[in-house]
Design a protein around this ligand. Sequence first.
Ligand SMILES: [Fe+2]
Length: 255
Amino acid sequence: MKNLEIEIVPYYDDNFAYLIHDIQSNKTALVDCGEAEPVLRQLEEKKWHLDNILVTHFHFDHAGEIDVMKKSFPDVTVIKPAGENRLDVEGVEAKDGDTFSLGLTEISVISLPAHTMYCTAYLADGNLFVGDALFSAGCGRLFEGQAADLERAMDKIAALSDDTNVYFGHEYTVSNIEFAKSVEPNNVALEDYRRSVEMKIESGQFSTPTTVGLEKNINPFLRIDQPDVIKSVDPKNKLNRTERIGALRSMKDTF
Ligand SMILES: [Fe+2]
């Protein structure tokens, strides 16, 4: 029986927050809180009480209105990346491998430092909430981490089961697909995916969630060992794997 109900909460131009509701216990967690108002509206509509806020990273568009949310739910428990002292909010520190419960649902913590050095993802019943660590057909900019961090983060995601749903932090998918196509012009899966994403967006839906299995077929950052990706990024085959993912990220930065 399905135990989780997940609501997508779009805000700002292209951000996503998520409500995770454990049906049997009636407990609800929010992933990221850059803007409280749209979340409050959705909670009101659903008649849900907010029990937890899970923070993926400190950037203001993901964590900037936790205080506002706490005014409406003073007893909410914030779960935040361990060691991230730029997050000025009280809460339980989450480090890699930790687990905690939302009612009957176990949530595990997966650290994915790269976009920031404290980026943290949360895995709940086959649903991974990644913030800006991974996007569909792309990944977050390397603001703090190095190529080796990005490589580790991508390998950690790729090691999850293919049917894991991945809920990401920004609707960047269409432009990411354009970049991915420039890296792998002959990847037919990308063209099929572009069509299905465009149809979704035109009808007012979102491209989130994706799945680990789908991303392995279309996301160049998870396809760093594919011959066509190697050919595009490093035509003379001079780079090692870590350098190659760094070079791929640099290509995206200037695309
Ligand atoms: Fe970010």
